[in-house]
Design a binder for this molecule. Structure first.
Ligand SMILES: [Fe+2]
Length: 598
């Protein structure tokens, strides 16, 4: 059976973000985000993710003519027949005009936004039955809800049993609260930065009490409502940088006067972030407790954009009272096409059980790959000096030696990751044993915010030794308390608050990356590498070999691996003096500077 699912609906004209595509051919899955292929961080202008659709046809070797089902989210309004004709008859030539009516009736299926979140979470978990909650900023115009919760069971024909839902008309929710907090701190819509900064702050009880006053509780209607009256946005169109364009950066730029900003006045930004995050955690756990108070389920799955927040996930996994909790590789809207496609496959009786590989979920390497011939052609055309290594094992030994010498390595190998984290296929790697690695990657190479944490990749066999029996994720969706042992051997991969957002690397899911970390461990005693996404600050994770070469020449990495090819920066570009005489600013001085500018 061949399925194509696209989020958002490609013929609906609502303004959406996180365009993504999933294709299924029998047991093979392709899932990818359009923003990665376009190079922009948030591809919220186009409604037709053409690149990720075409790359899927290439990856799975299928054509629009032999697709059995097309799955879209429920659109905001009825789509004009002429538009469907253009899409299926004129553009993709999937059917003839004569058969279009029947085609639309039999082959085009719709799934609502929050149900799609639910299915992404459920099918990528290893649970056969689970309570499940979906929370985001407010669905889309085809599904104007901000929360949905219930129970899902693989054995039930209907799969999902709804317990409750909250519509956007009931007011803003906790997702919007976190967005407003992020906007207030000057991070536009990058909620992860609020969580990153929170680690440098302290809980302020007075601020907590006042922030809580912005919420109205109505448990009879299953609702917590957030209110924050804001003045007009403070637009900064003169600052547009078209090479790393983010619309919201220029529209929602703080400072904006609001109830929230008045409450937060005179507090340090890191304390606002910390206190705000703690309130978010308390409110979310309170809701989960109320919504599932009569449930006897042992498992809980959390999906929706809110659960991109790793500290929140960790809090839930510890405090929810469930035996097991699961957070998917792509909880936000960029994961919706996967849920829609898997739902359809299940409904057609083609999935007997979930797709996870053991306790840690589905293999995340669902994106596109490039073959040797394609890569070598690009290298030759770019007039790049490179070497081809005969096997990945030999290449891994070379990479290990480079990392030990302090080099920053860009690893671009095989199929790309689906979801917001880089997991060893489109990753930047460094030596976690040396704290200097963190500063080098932050301040000189990647040029990202100094307060954002770095994550370690740890092979599954050593996880227990480093983190004991704490929860683990192969998607970096949980944090762990760092042990003395791990802090000693991998200080650059530990965050200032004593936590680590580790990725466990499972041999059968990621054998080349597993071999690399194993080799590094055998030489150094540290079975872990510092891993961050392969991109410079401000753009999406890269997706093409050409972009990888551009990043190398731009100085984002010092060594580049493209499948079996190795390319070195110093062999291809004369380095600026600044790279040779590196001076790092301490986190303390950077924090002082940040406070001053807030
Ligand atoms: Fe969503």
């Amino acid at each position: 059976m061949k399925i194509v699912s696209i989020y958002p609906h490609p013929m609906d004209d609502q303004y959406r973000h996180d365009h993504n595509v999933t294709m299924i051919k029998n047991k093979e899955i392709y899932s990818y985000e359009e923003a990665k292929l376009k190079g922009s961080k948030n591809d919220d202008a186009s409604s037709f993710p053409i690149r990720s659709i075409f790359m899927g046809f290439k990856q799975l070797k299928i054509t629009p003519r032999n697709i059995d089902f097309w799955v879209f989210p429920t659109p905001s309004k009825k789509i004009n027949y002429k538009i469907y004709k253009f899409f299926f008859v004129d553009f993709f030539k999937s059917t003839s005009e004569k058969n279009l009516k029947r085609f639309l009736k039999e082959k085009v299926i719709f799934v609502k936004h929050h149900e799609a979140h639910v299915y992404t979470g459920f099918f990528s978990s290893n649970f056969e039955q689970s309570d499940i909650i979906s929370i985001d900023g407010g669905g889309d115009m085809g599904d104007e809800r901000r929360m949905l919760w219930g129970n899902i069971n693989n054995k039930n024909r209907k799969l999902f049993k709804k317990y409750g839902e909250t519509f956007n008309s009931a007011g803003l929710g906790v997702g919007a609260y976190h967005n407003h907090l992020t906007d207030l701190l000057g991070f536009y819509d990058n909620n992860g930065k609020t969580s990153g900064l929170a680690s440098y702050g302290k809980l302020n009880k007075k601020l907590y009490k006042n922030l809580k006053k912005l919420f109205i509780y109505n448990w009879s209607k299953n609702n917590i409502k957030f209110s924050n009256k804001r003045s007009k946005s403070n637009e900064r169109f003169s600052e547009i940088k078209i090479h790393n364009f983010e619309a919201k950066k220029y529209l929602k730029t703080s400072p904006v006067k609001s109830e929230l900003s008045i409450i937060c006045k005179n507090f340090k930004p890191q304390d606002i972030a910390k206190t705000g995050e703690i309130l978010l955690q308390d409110l979310t756990i309170e809701m989960i407790g109320k919504f599932f108070k009569n449930s006897k389920a042992k498992n809980l799955i959390c999906v929706g954009g809110l659960f991109n927040n790793v500290a929140l996930n960790n809090f839930i996994s510890k405090k929810s009272g469930y035996k097991k909790t699961f957070f998917s590789m792509s909880p936000g809207d960029s994961g919706l096409s996967l849920g829609m496609a898997l739902y359809l496959k299940k409904m057609k009786g083609k999935i007997k059980s979930n797709l996870s590989n053991g306790e840690c979920g589905i293999n995340p390497f669902l994106g596109p790959s490039f073959n040797e011939k394609e890569i070598e052609e690009i290298l030759i055309n770019s007039k790049i000096k490179y070497k081809k290594i005969s096997s990945y094992k030999k290449l891994n030994s070379i990479i290990v030696n480079k990392i030990i010498k302090g080099k920053i390595v860009g690893l671009f190998r095989d199929r790309a990751e689906f979801g917001p984290r880089s997991l060893g296929a489109r990753s930047i790697l460094a030596d976690p044993r040396n704290i200097k690695s963190k500063h080098r990657v932050n301040q000189f190479i990647k040029r990202r915010d100094w307060f954002m944490p770095y994550a370690p990749s740890v092979i599954d066999e050593n996880f227990k030794d480093y983190f004991g029996h704490q929860g683990k994720s192969q998607y970096m969706q949980l944090t762990q308390k760092v042990s003395k042992k791990f802090l000693k051997i991998a200080p650059a991969a530990c965050h200032v608050d004593g936590t680590s957002r580790s990725q466990i690397v499972i041999k059968k899911n990621n054998h080349k990356y597993h071999d690399l970390i194993k080799k590094f461990g055998d030489k150094t005693g540290c079975y872990s590498l510092l891993n961050t996404s392969f991109n410079r600050h401000g753009i999406a994770t890269i997706s093409s070999p050409k972009q990888a070469i551009e990043h190398l020449l731009d100085g984002t990495v010092e060594i580049l691996i493209l499948n079996n090819f190795i390319i070195e920066l110093e062999n291809n570009r004369k380095l600026h003096k600044r790279f040779k005489n590196e001076i790092y600013l301490s986190e303390k001085s950077l924090l002082k500077k940040f406070e001053k500018n807030f």
